[in-house]
Design a protein around this ligand. Structure first.
Ligand SMILES: CC(C)(COP(=O)(O)OP(=O)(O)OC[C@H]1O[C@@H](n2cnc3c(N)ncnc32)[C@H](O)[C@@H]1OP(=O)(O)O)[C@@H](O)C(=O)NCCC(=O)NCCS
Length: 165
């Protein structure tokens, strides 16, 4: 990773503008080409600064990955079990940042809620990455309630040894 240490921390409300910029850039390049215009527009409005700030204030946990002082990735988990945001800046992709970000996000949910079952709705280009993480598709690619074309996926972690009833 060009010798720089990857730092991951929780987002604060004042991070919302930078997070919104990162997500919009990545979404325009990688997600919108596979979506209808209407769904794309609606999605972009759901990652506006005000919307993200509100979510952070309400307690949604966004993890931010930094290389130096550059924000390079973001993940967002809802209810400690459903991944709602997962983005790495284009020029930083393919360096293992998503893997590190996912492991931190997953550990956080396990610590807080003992989560063993994770779900997400994957955009087309991210499906191979989630398969590498251990997710499996639970249905075909479909148009979700918010209009985005996604593949529903889940991952169930094995019960830790000695914790079986
Ligand atoms: C999906 C995304 C977050 C992955 O980020 P990344 O930092 O490039 O991913 P990593 O380098 O950490 O790779 C993670 C794993 O997926 C694998 N992988 C990456 N791209 C892959 C591909 N096209 N096919 C198969 N495996 C792939 C890597 O080899 C790695 O596996 P490993 O950890 O077992 O070695 C990033 O590409 C992105 O932001 N894409 C656009 C936005 C998007 O679609 N987000 C998801 C919304 S649901």
């Amino acid at each position: 990773m060009s010798g720089q240490v990857l730092r991951i921390r929780l987002a604060r409300p004042e991070d919302a503008p930078a997070v919104a910029i990162l997500i919009r850039r990545v979404v325009r390049q990688w997600v919108l080409p596979d979506q209808s215009r209407k769904a794309g527009k609606a999605f972009i409005s759901r990652v506006a600064t005000t919307f993200l700030r509100e979510k952070i204030v309400q307690g949604q946990r966004l993890h931010l990955a930094y290389l130096g002082d550059v924000l390079v990735g973001v993940s967002g988990m809802r209810d400690d079990c459903h991944l709602v945001h997962f983005f790495v800046g284009t020029r930083y992709q393919g360096r293992g940042i998503a893997r590190r970000l996912w492991e931190r996000t997953m550990r956080d949910a396990i610590r807080r809620a003992g989560t063993r079952r994770f779900t997400l709705n994957a955009t087309r280009c991210a499906v191979p990455v989630y398969l590498r993480f251990g997710f499996r598709a639970t249905g075909p690619e479909q148009v979700a309630h918010h209009g985005l074309r996604v593949t529903p996926m889940k991952m169930i972690l094995p019960v830790a040894r000695g914790k079986r009833a």
